[in-house]
Design a protein around this ligand. Sequence first.
Ligand SMILES: [Fe+2]
Length: 380
Amino acid sequence: MTSPTHHPASSDRPANAIPTPQAPPPDILRCAYMEIVVTDLAASRAFYHDVLGLVITEEDEDAIYLRSFEEFIHHNLVLRKGPVAAVAAFSYRVRSPEDLDRAVAFFEELGCRVERRAEGFTKGIGDSVRVEDPLGFPYEFFYDVEHVERLAWRYDLYTPGALVRLDHFNQVTPDVPKAVAYVEDLGFRVTEDIRDSEGTVYAAWMRRKPTVHDTAMTGGDGPRMHHVAFATHEKHNILSICDKLGALRLSNHIERGPGRHGVSNAFYLYLRDPDGHRVEIYTQDYYTGDPDNPVVTWDVHDNQRRDWWGNPVVPSWYTEASLVLDLDGNPQPLVARTDDSEMAVTIGADGFSYTREGQEGEDEDMPSWKQGEYKLGHQL
Ligand SMILES: [Fe+2]
């Protein structure tokens, strides 16, 4: 397999796909906000507001509502105090109030638990639908929302690492093709994926807005939340966040990066918040809005797929993720992935990666120093 390949979208619907509802899906505009449960509200406020500079729209004793600089809706992130760190909602904005009726019909036909609240589930947002989706994730849909000041022109308030938009979610789920078929039924389109020559799918990136993704499906034990991503304007803003974390002696929050992704072509940095929730800082992916936008498929053994410069991925990035909650607030049980894991096939004694595929005698296997400290079983 030459990596990556650029090809037309194809619907290779798996045999175990969740049946497509007769009811049409809601018209989803974009990922809009995530509600996460944190165990120490003050510590999370210090991380997301004091360090990362997200703007506080509103706060009380139980929750903090934050937004990015270019946002005009009430919030992009809700930090809610609770006993177990987990995710309470992946929330999408829909095009019209009628799309909430469509969401109810779509998910009821799928046999999912559905709850609609005219007054909303959070401050700043009106009529909303929450569901336990077929993969076990708490998905929310809303249209009605309180508008707040868009701070895009308030350069007097910007910091060097200003977060300007919510960009995407990333979900961990055991069966990626099954997840992709369901999310395609919900109206999403695949932009990129990671596969092997035997047909195993390791991850897929899916969009509604015309960027690389609104959410990604990452293969692993799930349902879990892998990360939530905020965008900066430029690469240097991400470097400034690293510098600030170093200056504050908070570099322990940096899990992976900064670097350039192969998938998405974006510049990235992965952080862990005080509860271990993973946050990506992301910038400069590409436009995907044409109907015939080519799908980019990466070979799982291409060591530039996750990092364009070939830097190794730390094992925690593959193995750790946040629990998600059902609509009663209880953690969803995990289902184990049975397909091969990306970490197992790409690093360690059983795995391999390449930089230049198919050149005989050269670089067929990664040099030991490139696998470095992350080679399983070879830690110092
Ligand atoms: Fe991401």
